[in-house]
Design a protein. Structure first.
Length: 138
């Protein structure tokens, strides 16, 4: 099992999805506390983590937020928890918790199902540049 520091949170995303890669850069931009690390679901680390959490990524084609020793979240709950961690005006995203989980995840699923069609897909996972390489587990 991969050892992740307790003060870090791991975001697992689809490494070939253009939308997901864009989300990674947004998270890095707003992660002022240097909290988040990243791994592609398709990577060895991603497979180890999803196996450890007993998540079948064929059934849960989603963003996963893993907080070692605390919990993990998927789909809309993962996205909201990530945004809530940014601070500043992002505190407004707490209002999203008022929407029922079924509604939030149904909307999430529509976007996830169409992400390749709407945003495109890469042939292989993104290779991080030197500036952000330390944030990626491989």
């Amino acid at each position: 099992m991969i050892d992740i520091r307790k003060d870090k949170k791991l975001v697992l995303l689809d490494g070939v999805c253009n939308l997901c890669n864009s989300v990674v850069f947004k998270i890095i931009k707003y992660d002022k506390k240097d909290t988040f690390l990243f791994a592609n679901l398709q990577s060895e680390v991603g497979k180890q983590i999803t196996d450890y959490l007993k998540i079948d990524i064929k059934k849960v084609d989603s963003i996963i937020l893993y907080e070692p020793g605390v919990s993990y979240e998927i789909k809309s709950s993962a996205a909201i928890k990530i945004m809530n961690d940014f601070g500043g005006w992002w505190f407004l995203t707490k209002i999203l918790w008022l929407f029922p989980l079924g509604f939030r995840d149904a909307l999430y699923d529509i976007i996830a199902k169409n992400r390749y069609k709407w945003f495109g897909k890469k042939e292989s996972c993104m290779v991080p540049n030197d500036e952000i390489k330390a944030k990626f587990l491989s």
